[in-house]
Design a protein around this ligand. Structure first.
Ligand code: NAD
Length: 516
């Protein structure tokens, strides 16, 4: 669909979205399914144009969705986990069958370049594969019991309805991380996607509804609630939501976390990051540049794991920044459907304003913009925002560097000693992803050690973004502490019971206590 310098029109994108939605099983949506000023507006960041106005869920509809999901829970929790896996297996098949449809929708709605959009959809099918395997591996432990004739073990049971709040920048993968695991764990899902990405959500919901029908599972295992933060607030406050998995900004987490805690609910927070890479003098600079450019400029800097801070040894800083600036000069910014494009649009004018403000603050702090930061294609699409990713050399880690600006800005800082690099690295409130580029094993191991990177993800010789689903994903400090996706992240979706079984004729008490 056109070249980087050309853009499809809003009408073409609406037609494309309508076709892909239909193929995924979503019924026809009128262009104005909700009157102006009500509901939510589906826009495309490619042109900034309106695709659809959609009705938002009412309070009553949200309540009914949770009621239905709770009823489905009572049935689903007794279905053996491997049979629950059959539903997720079918979902994975349908996602594979419709991967191109979904990828097109992700590009239209979130502005990701097509290859990254497809990668996001493949991550969903990977997640389904993982969850199907998991459905036979929800293991509990058996512990040595101190009392004779007793057995001590733990069992894992379905938890309840999982509420899922997702962000615009991973409109489908984060839903799949949560939903595939929740379903095999025995939990129905009530999903409130970002108000900026309702179309991909409708497509996912339709495909899961089909998988549910095909496998004879309870229809209310999945409920989609379109709407703004007020719907998220309802889920945060609803005691029937046993787990609220919330992905988004630190600002959102600060509001949602205490609300869920106030009712003693379980919360899984996946919030903002401010990810850094340390580059030491022994690093392979060509590999480092490739890793940096993908992590910093990929997805137009709109990943939670985007590389935002580069901490470079002073001896190599000039050489490295020169190479990075050169690579940035080759980045094609424009139509994300074009295979030559590497950087698509920002999600909207708000992101652009935040980027401009951050660049001004960096300059005021003595920073020098080495490349990028300027707007492109404004003549073709005045309501869309295409920018060249920026690289800014900073004299110090000032307040603006310590904040997450959700746009493509890479701040470059220098260090002299390794301890200084670690102090800079950990000297931010967020703790999501991190990496070190080095060929010195001692430096790599120190970075991964207890007093090294304080992040939930710490990599060596690869960038901060692009995690695989097999590992647990999440971060520390203001990133919220949640873990999703692989490894043993499933435990957040289940309730643990410790069982002591006495199969003897005696009743010995623990710790040698005698009573009567
Ligand atoms: P956002 O915080 O604006 O919105 C995220 C979701 O939360 C949306 O569905 C929104 O409607 C809802 N929401 C917002 N405020 C709420 C409130 N007070 N109560 C209930 N719900 C509320 O985030 P965004 O702009 O869509 O996404 C970008 C942010 O998400 C960045 O900070 C990014 O780092 C973060 N993110 C984190 C991860 C992760 O896994 N750590 C993944 C993706 C995005």
């Amino acid at each position: 669909m056109s070249t980087p310098a050309q853009l499809p029109s809003t009408e073409e994108l609406r037609d494309l979205a309508a076709d892909r939605l239909r193929r995924c099983g979503v019924g026809t949506i009128g262009e104005d399914a909700a009157p102006e000023g009500t509901g939510i507006t589906a826009r495309t960041p490619l042109t900034g144009g309106v695709l659809y106005r959609l009705p938002a869920a009412t309070t009553e509809e949200a309540d009914a969705a949770v009621t239905a999901a709770e009823a489905a829970f009572r049935e689903w929790r007794t279905v053996p986990a491997p049979r629950r896996g059959a539903l997720v297996k079918r979902l994975g098949e349908l996602l594979t069958e419709h991967q191109d449809d979904l990828a097109d929708l992700v590009t239209v709605e979130a502005g990701k370049i097509r290859s990254e959009a497809l990668g996001e959809v493949r991550e969903m099918t990977d997640m389904c594969d993982f969850a199907v395997g998991l459905s036979r591996q929800l293991y509990g432990r058996t512990m040595a019991c101190e009392r004779p004739g007793h057995r001590l073990a733990e069992t894992w049971h379905p938890l309840g309805v999982a509420g899922v709040l997702t962000a615009f920048n991973f409109p489908v993968a984060v839903w799949a991380w949560n939903t595939a695991v929740a379903l095999v764990c025995g939990d129905p899902v009530v999903w409130k996607p970002s108000e900026q990405t309702p179309l991909t959500a409708l497509a996912c919901d339709a495909l899961l509804a089909r998988a549910i029908a095909d496998t004879g599972a309870p229809a209310a295992l999945h409920r989609l609630l379109l709407g703004g933060r007020e719907i998220g607030e309802l889920l945060a406050d609803d005691p029937r939501i046993a787990l609220l998995s919330a992905t988004g900004s630190v600002r959102m987490g600060r509001q949602v976390g205490p609300r869920v805690a106030a009712r003693f609910g379980r919360c899984l927070l996946e919030l903002g990051g401010n990810n850094a890479a340390v580059v030491t003098p022994s690093a392979d600079l060509d590999l480092t540049v490739r890793g940096i450019v993908f992590s910093a400029a990929g997805t137009a800097g709109q990943r939670c794991t985007t590389l935002r801070r580069l901490i470079v040894h002073e001896d190599i800083a000039d050489r490295l920044t020169e190479k990075i600036a050169h690579a940035y000069g080759q980045l094609r910014v424009g139509n994300p459907f074009d295979a030559a494009t590497l950087v698509g649009p920002l999600i909207g004018p708000g992101a652009h304003a935040a980027m401009d403000k951050a660049l001004d603050a960096a300059r005021a702090d003595g920073g020098t913009v080495l490349t990028g930061g300027d707007r492109r294609l404004a003549d073709l699409a005045p309501d869309a925002v295409y920018v060249r990713p920026a690289v800014v050399r900073m004299p110090a880690q000032t307040a603006i560097v310590r904040a997450e600006t959700f746009a493509p800005i890479l701040y470059v800082l220098t260090y002299r000693t390794f301890d200084e690099a670690l102090a800079l690295h950990n000297g931010v409130p967020q703790g999501l992803s991190s990496s070190i580029f080095t060929r010195d094993q001692r430096e790599a191991e120190r970075f991964l050690a207890a007093d090294g990177s304080d992040c939930g993800i710490a990599n060596v010789n690869i960038g901060t973004s692009g995690a695989e689903i097999g590992g647990a994903f999440g971060g520390e400090k203001e990133t919220g502490g949640g873990r999703e996706s692989g490894s043993d992240a499933w435990r957040s979706y289940m309730r643990r019971a410790t069982n002591t079984v006495n199969y003897s004729d005696a009743l010995p008490l623990a710790q040698g206590v005698t009573f009567g």
